[in-house]
Design a protein around this ligand. Structure first.
Ligand code: SF4
Length: 94
C-alpha cells in the first residue's frame, strides 16, 4: 500500500459538454507549467485525447461544496492523486 494521506475519495464525473476553462483555473495551470507559450494546455504524459476528456470532467468538491472542473481540482493544493476514476483529496480547508 502507498502512504498517501487523503480524507476524501471523490468520484470524477464525465459530462457531455466541454466547459471552457475559466481564467482563474488557467492561471493556476500556467503557474504549474501546464500551459505552453501559445496558451494551449499541455500536461506531460497526458495525450491530447485524454486532455479533451479531462476538460469534460468535474467533481463535486466536498471542501468547497460545489461542482469543480477536474482541471481545477488537478491543480488544487488538496489534490493527491487520480486513481480508478476518483480523486484522492486531502480535504484541508481552502
Ligand atoms: S482536490 Fe481540491 S478541488 Fe479537488 S475535491 Fe479536493 S478540495 Fe476539491
Amino acid at each position: 500500500m502507498d502512504d498517501l494521506e487523503f480524507k476524501f475519495e471523490v468520484e470524477i464525473i464525465q459530462s457531455e459538454e466541454r466547459k471552457r476553462i475559466d481564467k482563474e483555473v488557467k492561471k493556476h495551470l500556467a503557474a504549474a507549467g501546464l500551459v505552453d507559450p501559445s496558451g494551449k494546455l499541455k500536461i506531460k504524459g497526458v495525450s491530447p485525447k485524454m486532455l479533451k476528456r479531462m476538460k469534460q470532467e468535474h467533481v463535486e468538491c466536498p471542501v468547497m461544496d460545489r461542482n469543480v472542473q477536474f482541471l481545477q481540482c488537478f491543480v488544487c493544493a488538496n489534490f493527491q492523486s487520480r486513481v480508478n476514476g476518483r480523486v484522492l483529496c486531502k480535504g484541508d480547508p481552502l
